[in-house]
Design a protein around this ligand. Structure first.
Ligand SMILES: [Zn+2]
Length: 160
């Protein structure tokens, strides 16, 4: 018997370096002095969202679908990664119900972007903005050149 709900969890982290853009949840962070070092666009929120979607149905992780050794995915818009993960979830007869995400970043303060990031992630997942909870933490100076994300997603069965 398959349950009507499944929990998914994902994490991601990127090193930050000066002069690079920082994008979180598809939203550019305008005050960022440093951005993510990455093969793709380095969107740590969307990478964790995609992994959370896949993990809820034990479909592996984004590294299997978008290997960072492939030239094909260099500079990739991470929204495409989430879209692919969502297609796989839907193909199994499930859809996201709600999302809880945590971003750990020392600088800049992200509070002013909370609603925008929630709306952006919600739109990608075809959810109302109210179904995406966004929390911000700092590392208290433990990892100042680092962005870390953690995401849980509840998946609900859409088909019998
Ligand atoms: Zn990443």
């Amino acid at each position: 018997m398959s349950l009507p709900f499944r929990i998914g969890y994902g994490e991601d982290a990127h090193r930050l370096a000066a002069g690079l853009p920082l994008v979180l949840g598809g939203v550019p962070v305008p005050q960022a002095e440093a951005g993510a070092v990455a093969h793709s666009d380095g969107d740590a929120v969307l990478h964790a969202v995609a992994d959370a979607l896949l993990s809820g149905l034990a479909l592996g992780d984004i590294g299997q679908y978008f290997p960072d050794t492939s030239e094909q995915w260099k500079g990739l818009d991470s929204r495409l990664i989430v879209q692919r993960a969502l297609e796989l979830v839907r193909g199994r007869g499930y859809a996201p119900v709600n999302v809880a995400l945590v971003v750990t970043l020392d600088k800049p303060k992200l509070g002013p972007l909370r609603a925008e990031i929630a709306a952006s992630v919600a739109q990608l997942l075809d959810l109302p903005g109210s179904e995406v909870g966004v929390s911000f933490k700092t590392s208290e100076g433990l990892a100042p050149a680092h962005v870390q994300t953690r995401v849980t997603v509840l998946l609900g069965r859409t088909e019998e």
